[in-house]
Design a protein around this ligand. Structure first.
Ligand SMILES: *Cc1c(COP(=O)(O)O)cnc(C)c1O
Length: 488
């Protein structure tokens, strides 16, 4: 299958490209994104064949259906990364928490957030492709805390790929920072900056725009790629688990094959929700995708009013930092799918130039056929954490935003699958506060929550506090270029 571009073609690039081209060089014409030309049919017939299949076989055949130009051996090598998740037979356990609601636990990989679901196999594929082409790639990431660790973890010691990661010093949890600064490998560079996530992102942007930096890259023969969810190589792996979790409910006899369900997704950059949308469009019986936002309610506004407006907005720091975002990249792929390239380009240019775009009434109606959305305050999230902790189920503050959507957005009491995007151990100070424990810092919070609720701390998290610091650098924004040039 070929991949086409959300904002049309500018005649300087091919009209369509292969999967491997789209993931190595993910920036498309007019600043757009790559999307598959069409979606495979994964309706009832497909689903019924996979009722007894394990995760990796489902994933393999689903990826085959996209006819991607990755050979079988490499695909299996990539999927074998799931063998290192907590349960090597099932990377995504589905846990019942209500009579008609289940949690799809997407965090059982090495960095304890759902980013591993895609980045683990993606890292194997990207590095192998770069090696075969004898090309060198640099991946630059600004992170608010989950993308950074997952990107470093998947690419450490991988040939032909270097990763440079910027994080806001003091803007991540201790666990997230330690996951980055203890990651020791020749091909990784981690730099803290004085400032917030916005500053880190801006520093990255200005670096990528700097002629001196581009010059240096081309002299060294290094090309830029990306590992965030603008890269379709991330999205394709985020379709699979939605299908897996639905099948899991059928297997257990909780629902019948073909029964409709709701899916709830705590959203930031909309990559996870986009995977759900593609699954629904391919035939998974999903009534609607319910989007949970935090105080940065840009997605909730879009889905409820048809207006995406960031003119008077400032990023608000919340207890669900991975959802603190104003420009949500993957909405663009939904707009393209529904309204085509010309209209998508028009709206994305309006967002760029005027910081706002408007859907027509008909377009809004179309969006609402697939999505509904609601926002959460931090206090509501903490109340949910406390409520379920008391009943024996621990969840992180991102997962907690799902419950309000489940309780208030369903038009009918259909079975509901909620995405759990991180383990509580990544956000233990918030979880400790929610259940009424008074402690400072991650290490104390982990111990206190673990002891109070008899909850295990996984070895990946426990070990962080004993590891040596490999990247101690914290600099001013203005010093980043120098640091990066030295790394290259
Ligand atoms: C990245 C992340 C999200 C947001 O996912 P998107 O695909 O960007 O919408 C939500 N929760 C956690 C814990 C995350 O790490």
């Amino acid at each position: 299958m070929q991949f086409i571009q959300t904002r049309g073609n500018d005649n300087t690039r091919p009209k369509s490209v292969s999967f491997s081209e789209a993931i190595l060089n993910p920036s498309a014409s007019f600043g757009g994104l790559y999307v598959p030309e069409s979606l495979p049919d994964m309706g009832i017939v497909f689903l019924s064949e996979y009722l007894n299949s394990d995760y990796k076989h489902l994933a393999f055949d689903l990826l085959q259906k996209f006819e991607i130009d990755i050979d079988d051996d490499l695909l299996w090598e990539a999927l074998d990364r799931y063998d290192h998740f907590d349960d090597s037979n099932n990377p995504v356990p589905v846990v019942k928490i209500e009579e008609d609601a289940w949690v799809s636990e997407l965090y059982h990989g090495p960095t304890r957030a759902f980013k591993d679901m895609a980045l683990q196999p993606f890292g194997v594929i990207l590095s192998a492709l770069a090696q075969r082409r004898e090309e060198e790639y640099l991946i630059m990431a600004a992170t608010s805390g989950d993308t950074g660790p997952a990107t470093l973890e998947t690419f450490k010691n991988k040939p032909n790929i270097r990763v440079a990661c910027l994080y806001p010093d003091g803007g991540t949890s201790d666990v997230q920072r330690l996951q980055m600064v203890t990651e020791e490998a020749e091909n990784l560079k981690v730099v803290g900056i004085h400032g917030n996530f916005d500053d880190a992102q801006q520093a990255l942007k200005s670096l990528l725009g700097s002629e001196e930096f581009k010059q240096e890259l081309s002299e060294k023969g290094i090309q830029l790629s990306a590992a965030n969810s603008v890269n379709f190589g991330r999205i394709i792996f985020q379709i699979i688990y939605h299908i897996h979790s639905y099948l899991e409910l059928v297997r257990r006899g909780e629902i019948g094959l073909g029964d409709e369900a709701y899916l709830v997704v705590p959203s930031g950059n909309f990559g996870n929700a986009l995977g759900a949308y593609y699954a629904k469009k391919s035939g998974l019986p999903i009534r609607k995708i319910l989007i949970a936002s935090n105080a940065n309610n840009i997605l909730t506004d879009l889905i409820n009013t048809g207006v995406y407006d960031i003119r008077d907005r400032k990023l608000i720091l919340t207890e669900s930092p991975a959802m603190d975002i104003l420009k949500s990249s993957n909405v663009e792929r939904v707009l393209f799918d529904k309204f085509g390239a010309e209209r998508t380009r028009e709206m994305m240019e309006a967002l760029n130039d005027e910081l706002v775009y408007h859907l027509t009434e008909a377009e809004l109606k179309s969006l609402q056929e697939d999505f509904a959305a609601i926002e959460n305050t931090d206090a509501e999230g903490e109340a949910v954490i406390a409520e379920y902790a008391a009943r024996g189920y621990l969840m992180d503050p991102h997962t907690a935003t799902c419950l309000k959507a489940y309780r208030s957005l369903r038009e009918e009491p259909l079975p509901t699958l909620m995405c759990s995007t991180a383990e509580w151990t990544k956000f233990s100070p918030t979880v400790a506060r929610a259940i009424g424990l008074d402690v400072e810092g991650d290490e104390a919070a982990l111990a206190a929550v673990s002891q109070t609720l008899n909850a295990p701390i996984p070895r990946q998290i426990q070990a962080l506090f004993e590891k040596g610091i490999a990247h101690g650098t914290v600099v001013e924004k203005t010093q980043i270029k120098q640091e990066m040039l030295a790394f290259l």
